[in-house]
Write a protein that binds this ligand. Structure first.
Ligand SMILES: C[S@@+](CC[C@H](N)C(=O)[O-])C[C@H]1O[C@@H](n2cnc3c(N)ncnc32)[C@H](O)[C@@H]1O
Length: 353
């Protein structure tokens, strides 16, 4: 139980986003500081490890963006939260098929965890840069993209009583157990939350303050240089007072407060809120779509047919099972959604109407 105390650092009470930030990203004891969470032997599996085709489709999407932007000579790509580096590793392989693009593109990785940076360095031996501050990007449009990036940034939760907001905080009891209490929300948080149309009628509110802080840096950059952001994640279009915090360990649901620092903790993404945020920050957005729609619009099924021609029957079955996992509404196809926000004078983006 002492581990619970560690995550409070020296505080007696913490808003839940700060608490879970310590649980996930504490430099010594945090979940992402020391363990490899990805794949069958880890806690969860993400699309780039389910099938390379997912990452190949993202590569084609990026090259198509560059063409829509008029093939600029300076072009920047930033992967947000690259995890084990699988996605960017495949991107770099795929970009070789587009030599004109391959020479000029600059790929940056944006990663919070030092441990995962090491893993990424080992996997991607190519010319690639890690970036802490987007000020380093000075010229040319910039594409930001992230798969399961936003769900990994801790959220705040509030309840509304009459018209006042109360924020969920955690405290430690005498037995080192984490208990929840609600405290009156700060004036500034209340003001921001009440400014969102999508949150207006809710009695229970999830608000990704830390995540939006990250997105604010990104929208500022896009506003200056032109560009876009593509986020793929699990989430919903319509908030419905749901508490979506969840903990997963070894591919199974875990009690939120068990195995702190050894289990992954995430929340579902409110895509309408993201859309409202981007519009407030003067970016345009495309209609929100599901992962199934996006990957199919990008031609994943046709690509799978081509790749399958060179395969043995058992490999073909494996490929189709994996594609099924990405596309089927029973698995990730509908639960996972895609948002694109952009600033540019051309509205043509592959994969979207
Ligand atoms: C669930 S993993 C997804 C990994 C990868 N994109 C994939 O699809 O397999 C979340 C990733 O986001 C990173 N991350 C979370 N918050 C971050 C932040 N504020 N800044 C940079 N990276 C962050 C994590 O360390 C991790 O690499």
């Amino acid at each position: 139980m002492k581990i619970n105390k560690i995550f409070f650092k020296n505080s007696k009470v913490l808003p839940i986003d700060k608490f879970f930030k310590n649980v996930l990203y504490d430099k010594k004891f945090g979940y992402y500081a020391s363990r490899f969470p990805f794949g069958e032997k880890g806690d969860f599996i993400t699309s780039p490890r389910i099938s390379n085709l997912f990452s190949e489709i993202i590569a084609i999407w990026i090259v198509a963006c560059w063409e829509s932007f008029g093939k600029p000579k300076n072009f920047n790509i930033v992967e947000l939260g690259p995890g084990d580096g699988s996605l960017s590793d495949t991107l770099l392989q795929s970009f070789k098929k587009f030599p004109e693009f391959n020479i000029i593109k600059k790929l940056y990785l944006y990663e919070e965890s030092k441990y995962l940076r090491k893993i990424q360095k080992k996997k991607i031996k190519n010319n690639i840069k890690w970036i802490n501050n987007f000020n380093e990007i000075k010229k040319g449009p910039v594409i930001f993209f992230g798969n399961e990036f936003f769900d990994a940034i801790p959220i705040k939760q509030f309840k509304k009583i009459k018209n006042s907001l109360f924020e969920k905080n955690y405290i430690l009891d005498k037995n080192y157990k984490v208990k929840q209490i609600f405290k009156k929300a700060s004036v500034s948080d209340s003001k921001i939350i009440k400014s969102y149309q999508v949150l207006k009628k809710l009695k229970f509110i999830e608000f990704p303050k830390l995540g939006l802080k990250e997105l604010k840096k990104i929208t500022n950059k896009i506003s200056k240089l032109n560009g876009c952001i593509l986020l793929i994640d699990y989430g919903y279009f319509k908030p419905n007072n749901q508490n979506t915090l969840q903990s997963v360990m070894k591919h199974k649901k875990n009690n939120l407060f068990s195995n702190l620092g050894a289990a992954d903790i995430t929340a579902h993404v409110n895509f309408k809120l993201l859309q409202e945020f981007f519009l407030k920050n003067n970016l345009k957005t495309k209609d929100l779509i599901s992962q199934k729609e996006f990957l199919e619009n990008m031609g994943i099924l046709e690509r799978a047919k081509i790749v399958a021609k060179k395969m043995k029957f058992t490999e073909q079955s494996d490929l189709y099972l994996r594609i099924q996992r990405l596309l089927s509404p029973r698995y990730m196809g509908e639960l996972f959604k895609v948002i694109l926000a952009y600033k540019f004078n051309n509205d043509n983006f592959a994969g979207f109407k």
